[in-house]
Design a protein around this ligand. Sequence first.
Ligand SMILES: *Cc1c(COP(=O)(O)O)cnc(C)c1O
Length: 394
Amino acid sequence: MTVSSFHPPSRMLMGPGPSDIHSRVLQALGRPVIGHLDPEFILMMDEIKGLLHYAFQTTNQMTLPVSAPGSAGMESCFVNLVEPGDTVIVCINGVFGGRMVENVERCGATAIKVEDDWGTPVDLNKLADAIQGNPGAKAVAFVHAETSTGVQSDAAAISKLAQDAGMLTIMDAVTSLGGSPVLIDEWNIDACYSGTQKCLSCVPGISPVTFSDRALDVIRGRNHKVQSWFLDMNLIMGYWSSEGSTRSYHHTAPVNTLYALHESLVMLKDEGVENAWKRHQRHHEALKAGLNALGLNLLVDEAYRLPQLNTVTVPEGVDEAMVRRRMLSDFGIEIGAGLGALAGKVWRIGLMGQSSSPRHVTLCLAALEGVLTDLGAPTGDGGASDAAQKVLLS
Ligand SMILES: *Cc1c(COP(=O)(O)O)cnc(C)c1O
């Protein structure tokens, strides 16, 4: 067998991540490698920390990119804050809350589950009951933007409930960061992790995290060593801390990936994070108008719908997988399938980061209308991309 270079096909990425990447970010990736302790590299690392402060809207000193995907950011929050014997209240309304439970249990702690139906947000009354029933719990963990369902939960209210009970908050902001408001300081979130490949539109494989001073005190005061050597924040800070000039080797930073992250964060700063939130909302409205024209409905109630992840109910009798296959083969457009309880029942159309643009909305709708028509499926009044244009031009 001869193996030659790999050339990926041209795609428009409109699933649950990764999202499309701007050429500026791809070009940054190809710049020459320098040493991960090179003084110039360290200056760039400091800029990344400053840019992450902006993205997360925080002044938390411990804010940095973990050198691994969002799942490792999740794990870093749990292994650093949770010790054997602790109790953590975990809100579950989709796939990622379930993973939080796994993390808690693997730390030797007990997870108290607050479960809500997929497609609905975290129920504050149920959470309040769980907090009241477990006054000794150390933390409340929840997913801000559930990518498996397209639901946004009320982070400010969840955090307030936890804080009033003296508990820490751990928040998953993988899909929300850069796409809808994430206000770490205003909401008093103690630990938060995100990912690079969703609304930040950078390459996959890095997880920005931030820990409050309160969380830092908990980490420093632990009784047991952090079970993961690689994700132990005490050690990682030796490399990322700007205190003094004694940066010590922990692991070789993914140098070029951090160039790319730097560039994507510069782009977010240039656009303005509030403008990025507005852009995601505008394109969601346009997509919604087009879907409505096709007689398609969104699964999630408007009050807690995520603009960057649109969960579309598959009409009766339509071959869900065939539509996705044709979108990909005929148009090079990737949309996502349903997960878990929603498998086979929904499509997930991501409008994240660079994939939240008039071009993406319009072409996706035109392609979807074409595929549905060709498969003999109902298409409502049709004219999906015209309906979207009306919103985009209004
Ligand atoms: C994508 C995602 C993750 C996991 O991120 P990876 O980079 O795939 O490890 C975690 N939580 C949520 C809500 C996500 O959407």
